[in-house]
Design a protein around this ligand. Structure first.
Ligand code: PA5
Length: 472
């Protein structure tokens, strides 16, 4: 097998383009070369703006009111963490190792951007049954659970049941604002349980908690009162919003706890930045992806953006992206609606609609080229009741590939357009590229449609009412 550990991910949009003289069904549903002539200068301008924003953030330049909130700090995080901020990566690794040495289960408390990236990384890169394996098969890394992302009493009790039997667990609490009610309620509940499990030993308790939060706020005050210090507490840098924070301790610490290679993640993200800076617009994955998706919405009415993941392990990446796109661009009455599907599973639930329903969707496949392990093979049997002998010798990966190709052919035959993001393999380097690509693309699209991708002012409406109701 070729060594493609550092291979680049590819955005293939050939399925969205047809010639100017193509038959009507094709021209009406796909984009034309003339559309690209319109698009490219706009993408170039958006790239310049993003790079200028990142430079302004780095220089600490004053931010004009119309650009507030301004969270352009995410862009250069990977390079900074691989150079001048390398000590932060070392501290994250130390904290992860300390927890791994002390406990066998870690509960990560956080909501939205404060947990979705970590979950995406774990599901994509860990063993699919990480939590169920014996510790030795987990590389001596702890199991990981996510809470504080809801207020479901029975679900919380269920997790407490699991933890109650043992005293070998710890907590990572993540909240940038430090005031998110869901996470705060969960922290109070789980902190109390952990205190009990530690027999009220304050030092033991401190050894089992890591907090990741902004420099001020309620969680910061609580952390100070608990006496957490050193690598028991990490800052979320200013100028990095929640859903753009996966390459801060928010994503890196949980990833390191479950044994992922966080340097490779950052290297992947930095490699994507390099392509973003230098590649021609339509050969640059974040630019081409943002541009084609935007044009399909603007000119072909594809307001629903389906991310069709293939295989089982990218669903949480899709949910992370759903949040990124929805919270960033769903403002002022605009913004495409994201939808994650998992194929072939969802071909049996949504496939009908995607093949024959309303023509309002752009499907972008997320496809991994190579299995991590030797693919399972269909055996030849002496009897053939299930009729599978004709496929004997083919692998399960061949079946997935056939479903992928067949689905895209069937969609194309009816003018249902698909593009594909191809990952050479499912590992930290590829995930680093992918997440950075999608964050950059979201900001670029914000610039194309005149929406500030940072902040989520609309979410305040439910929070204010919830708090008012609770105070009655
Ligand atoms: O992307 C965002 O900023 C949000 O989804 C936040 O991450 C989410 O609301 C949680 O906020 P906090 O980290 O302040 O608890």
């Amino acid at each position: 097998m070729p060594d493609n550990k550092k291979a680049e991910i590819i955005y293939d949009y050939s399925g969205l383009l047809v010639a100017e003289d193509a038959p009507a069904l094709e021209r009406d549903t796909a984009l034309l070369p003339s559309d690209l002539h319109w698009l490219v200068p706009r993408l170039e301008a958006a790239r310049e703006q993003l790079l200028a924003d990142a430079n302004a953030w780095k220089a600490g330049a004053p931010v004009p009111p119309e650009k507030q909130p301004f969270d352009a700090g995410f862009f250069e995080l990977p390079e900074r963490l691989l150079s001048q901020d390398r000590p932060v990566v070392a501290q994250v690794a130390q904290a992860a190792q300390r927890l791994a040495n002390a406990v066998d289960r870690v509960v990560v408390l956080g909501i939205g951007g404060s947990y979705m990236g970590a979950r995406a990384l774990m599901e994509a890169c860990c063993h699919p049954f990480h939590n169920d394996l014996p510790r030795q098969r987990r590389g001596q890394r702890p199991r990981m659970y996510f809470e504080g992302n809801n207020v479901d009493s029975d679900a919380m009790r269920g997790l407490l049941d699991l933890l109650e039997a043992a005293d070998d667990w710890g907590l990572v609490v993540i909240s940038k604002s430090g005031g998110t009610l869901e996470t705060a309620v969960a922290f109070r509940v789980f902190l109390q349980a952990l205190r009990h499990a530690c027999g009220n030993d304050q030092e033991k308790l401190r050894q089992r908690i890591v907090a990741i939060t902004g420099q001020t706020g309620k969680l910061r005050s609580l952390v100070d009162r608990l006496g957490l210090a050193g690598n028991q507490v990490f800052d979320i840098p200013d100028g990095v919003g929640g859903r753009f924070s996966v390459f801060t301790p928010v994503g890196l610490l949980p990833a390191a706890i479950v044994g992922l290679d966080i340097a490779a993640l950052l290297e992947g993200a930095a490699a994507m930045n390099q392509r973003f800076r230098s590649a021609q617009a339509m050969e640059c994955p974040p630019l081409a992806y943002a541009g084609m998706s935007h044009l399909m919405e603007l000119r072909r009415g594809a307001t629903i953006r389906v991310l069709a993941t293939w295989g089982k392990r990218l669903e949480a990446v899709g949910l992370w992206y759903d949040q990124l796109l929805a919270e960033s661009l769903g403002k002022q009455g605009v913004g495409a609606t994201p939808l994650t599907v998992v194929n072939t599973r969802d071909l049996h639930s949504r496939g009908q609609q995607h093949q024959e329903g309303r023509r309002d969707k752009l499907i972008t496949n997320l496809y991994v080229e190579q299995c991590q392990r030797e693919p399972l093979r269909i055996e030849q049997w002496q009897t053939d009741e299930d009729g599978l002998n004709k496929y004997a010798g083919k692998t399960v990966a061949d079946v997935l590939a056939a479903a992928f190709t067949g689905t895209n052919q069937a969609y194309a035959a009816d003018g249902r357009r698909t593009a594909t993001i191809r990952l050479p393999r499912l590992d930290e380097f590829a995930l680093g590229q992918l997440l950075q690509m999608l964050m950059i693309a979201t900001v670029i699209e914000g610039k194309l449609i005149g929406i500030n991708p940072y902040g989520q002012p609309g979410v305040e409406a439910y929070k204010q009412r919830m708090v008012a109701i609770l105070q009655r």
